[in-house]
Design a binder for this molecule. Sequence first.
Ligand code: ZN
Length: 186
Amino acid sequence: MKRLFAVGAAGIAALALVAGPASAAPANHSAAAPSLKVATVYFDASGAPTFYNQILAGVSHWNASVSNVQFVESPGNATLYYTEGNDPAGSYAQTDGHGNGTIFIDYTQAQEYDQVRITAHESGHVLGLPDDYSGPCSELMSGGGPGPSCTNSYPDSNEIAEVNSMWAGGLAPSGHPMQRIYETQH
Ligand SMILES: [Zn+2]
């Protein structure tokens, strides 16, 4: 009996070693606290009629990804305006990085790069994210860096975490000045 028990215990111990890390993983994932404050960024897309559907798609990808801030179309009380036209310097976001400003979509860039990626990328600036052109296509803020073949229009997990962190306090002003961020990669 003693011998059988010893063998059995060793078997259980070995099983526990294998199963240990796998069974611990779900506990870590469920530890994320639910958000108490969700800020809303109201926008007006009427100034960019050519890209209206792409704008709605871009903001919907943010809305599906982040929990502390959401975009809502509401021209009457908008703080964010989408516009379109020709600018030799390319598309830009002029923003305080906290829900206020203007996004300009350049026709030439829109013909070269994925249009939903452009609108989602520019909206990312309005949420406070900087450019990271050397990043991979899986990043939204790598923008034109990975080239025109990159059509990803969703933020990656790091970008989602950054935005949720920056918006954890709600819509309170960032205190950052308005600045114009041009997309310099053509
Ligand atoms: Zn950018």
